[in-house]
Design a protein around this ligand. Structure first.
Ligand code: SAM
Length: 288
């Protein structure tokens, strides 16, 4: 009989996530990200954590909670947030926003930048794997292609370090690029060869315009200027409760220049929340 390698055997995590431990874990997630996991997310959290518990060599959810609570838990919280956050995104997602950016917002804010000798600053505040800020960059680059040069930069941030690493690489599968018009694909992407065949990389000239950094929307200060002319904060506030939405909105709009635009997701609403912005069109608001 083969000798049993006891050191290689790990107890399978006990399958049960008790209501109490679910509550404790959901509390930690809320405290760090304001992502709200109601009791309906009990099974989802349990499923997403099982593999991680095994990877950490822990026995069950209670031990995992103990790890998060310990002095070694700091970096594990990032992993936990990664496991529970929804990162779905696409190039040209909610395309009307990019049409509006190109036809209404950019002509106005770029004219104002030129008149005041200022640089153009845009921010993607929940950038996920980068498709949103790169789409913004494509739209700006196209707009400026036939115009006098202008200093412009896009800040792109997210709470997920894993997503930011993917975004910084700027490499996407052919399938992920389906929504990118062929002319833009030719102009702003490089086709992979060899082992990279089937994927494309955002060209260096565009990548250089997008600065990725880790920002939790609930950290005390954001390391970026107060004069953003355009802020996309789309499809993230839906995961927050109302007090957190109010707080995030106030912090984000502080970074909007007068005359600047805030863009939120199609399915999001800030109706009834204090924000002091003028509604412009679906999901788009302007700071007076
Ligand atoms: C569904 S994606 C939205 C991506 C993109 N904005 C879009 O609309 O396609 C939501 C992103 O919000 C990020 N997120 C969640 N809580 C956050 C927080 N407290 N601060 C910053 N980003 C957060 C998640 O990591 C995730 O990448």
């Amino acid at each position: 009989m083969a000798e049993v390698q006891w050191s290689q055997l790990q107890a399978a995590p006990r399958d049960e996530l008790s209501a109490r431990t679910f509550g404790l874990l959901a509390g930690i997630i809320y405290k760090h990200s304001r992502i709200c996991l109601g009791p309906d997310k009990h099974a989802l959290l349990a499923n997403r954590l099982r593999g991680r518990i095994r990877e950490c060599g822990l026995a069950d959810f209670d031990e995992y909670h103990g790890l998060l609570d310990s002095s070694a838990g700091g970096t594990e919280i990032d992993v936990l947030i990664d496991l529970v956050s929804t990162n779905h995104t696409n190039f040209f997602r909610e395309i009307e926003h990019f049409r509006f950016l190109s036809t209404k917002v950019l002509p106005e804010v770029i004219a104002s930048c030129r008149a005041n000798g200022k640089a153009l600053r845009l921010w993607s505040a929940a950038a996920s794997s980068g498709e949103e800020p790169y789409t913004m960059a494509l739209v700006v680059a196209e707009f400026l292609r036939t115009q006098a040069p202008l200093d412009w930069q896009i800040h792109a941030s997210d709470i997920s370090r894993r997503m930011l690493a993917t975004a910084t690489r700027g490499i996407y599968s052919q399938k992920a690029l389906d929504a990118v018009p062929p002319g833009l694909l030719r102009r702003y992407f490089e086709r992979g060869i060899g082992v990279q065949a089937g994927s494309c990389r955002v060209q260096a000239s565009i990548r250089a315009r997008v600065l990725f950094e880790h920002i939790n929307l609930f950290q005390p200060h954001y390391p970026l200027g107060l004069e953003q002319q355009v802020i996309f904060c789309r499809n993230v506030m839906i995961y927050f409760d109302e007090p957190s939405r109010i707080e995030a909105l106030q912090k984000i709009t502080r970074h909007l220049a007068p005359g600047g635009y805030l863009v939120i997701g199609y399915s999001e609403s800030i109706l009834g929340l204090p924000h002091g912005l003028e509604p412009v069109t679906q999901g788009i608001f302007r700071k007076a």
